[in-house]
Design a protein around this ligand. Structure first.
Ligand SMILES: *Cc1c(COP(=O)(O)O)cnc(C)c1O
Length: 388
């Protein structure tokens, strides 16, 4: 048989997470690669999911999502950001943020359209853009004063007459950057000037540290009307397996995305939707405690990685610490992470797989800190073998 996979997907193979998680299982290494927590979400919210199943929430919910969840998302946007979205027509529940991103790109981009994304980027962006036969244009985030940031001139220069969408992920995975109001103001200016649609991935909206504020792009002048705002329950409530996300946008944009979404999955799973509505309404304190605990874990891992000889960048949000491996005498993150289980009994993710220009990410390696303290401590102890 000839190669069964369509050519536009051939470069995607298996994801780095599958490769590295399999490596962790095979070698018994500690997995600080994939970003999922090793503790559960709020107990009462889990009980709500059980209760939803027991009380018959087991058939197809409405296409746009369960009313209660759409209402809870609407209230949440209003209370946190002063953004008003009508639960009927301006909110769509999706199978995680991943489906929301894919459906948005497929709905909004013609073949040949260009999508700007800041690199390194979350790996599903490139695949969704390829599925749409659109073209990804990477604008590089580079270390700048201890954080990863973009060059305004480079962003400006990336825009062409074919640019349709700019994908903005803040808090940003994998660098941990939270874009400042000033940075977002420039993005907003360019969107207005060039009539671009912004698709924002805000799944870490509540996981920021040191009092850093998350600013949704849609709150900036003229942006609500051109922004598809995406978030999900997975990161906020430590339920990454629930795959329950949502889109907030003006009705014409939601309508476009829903047209595609209905033929990908029709609707998202019912029991999680009622439970997430409960979480959004009643688990704020739990989320605040999660944020504080993650900040401690970040500090714990950063300290350990620095002691082990890495150059460490302080993330202002997310689950991840970005490191530069050159002080340890290595220069290729892919080569090092393949050997890391054997050298130190730890699995991490080479950041260069998240770049369009892979060479720009060569020395960077990402570690996840959304793990129990004892897991972080053991990983750090092992990593000290690298310099020993
Ligand atoms: C985890 C993650 C997602 C996926 O969210 P789901 O709700 O699990 O689909 C999307 N974007 C980023 C940046 C993520 O880290």
């Amino acid at each position: 048989m000839t190669e069964p996979l369509v050519s536009r997907m051939r470069s995607f193979g298996t994801t780095i997470f599958a490769e590295m998680s399999a490596l962790a299982v095979r070698t018994g290494a500690i997995n600080l690669g994939q970003g999922f927590p090793d503790t559960d979400g709020p107990a009462a919210m889990l009980d709500h999911a059980v209760h939803a199943i027991r009380s018959g929430a087991n058939q197809y919910p409405p296409g746009p999502g369960v009313t209660e969840l759409r209402q809870a998302v609407s209230e949440h946007r209003e209370e946190h950001y002063g953004l008003s979205y009508d639960p009927d027509g301006e909110i769509l529940v999706t199978v995680g943020a991943t489906e929301a991103i894919a459906a948005a790109i497929l709905a909004l981009c013609e073949p040949g359209d260009e999508v700007i994304a800041f690199e390194p980027y979350y790996d599903s962006y490139a695949a969704s853009i390829a599925l749409a036969q659109a073209r990804l244009v990477g604008v590089t985030l580079r270390p700048d004063g201890g954080r990863f940031a973009f060059d305004p001139g480079e962003l400006r220069a990336a825009i062409t007459p074919r640019t349709r969408v700019i994908l903005v992920n803040s808090p940003h995975n994998p660098t941990g950057t939270v874009f400042t109001r000033e940075e977002l103001t420039l993005v907003a200016e360019l969107c207005r000037e060039h009539d671009l649609i912004a698709v924002t991935d805000e799944v870490y909206e509540h996981l920021t540290f040191d009092g850093v504020e998350h600013v949704p792009l849609a709150t900036l002048p003229g942006m609500r009307e051109r922004t598809v705002m995406i978030s999900s329950a997975g990161k906020t409530f430590s339920v990454t397996g629930w795959k329950t996300g949502w889109i907030c946008a003006p009705a014409p944009l939601v309508g476009a995305v829903q047209t595609v979404k209905q033929f990908l999955t029709f609707t998202a799973s019912a029991p999680w939707q009622a439970a997430v509505a409960y979480g959004l309404r009643h688990e704020r304190e739990w989320v605040a405690a999660l944020r504080a605990s993650l900040q401690d874990k970040r500090d714990r891992l950063m300290e350990g990685l620095a002691a082990a000889g890495f150059e460490v960048f302080r993330p202002a949000g997310t689950y991840f610490v970005q490191t530069d491996i050159r002080p340890l005498g290595f220069d290729d993150g892919v080569a090092l992470t393949r050997r890391l289980p054997e050298l130190a009994g730890v699995v991490a993710i080479p950041t260069q797989v998240f770049y369009e220009h892979a060479e720009r990410g060569r020395p960077f390696v990402r570690f996840a800190f959304c793990k129990k303290d004892e897991v972080i401590d053991e990983a750090v102890t092992r990593l000290k073998r690298l310099s020993g």
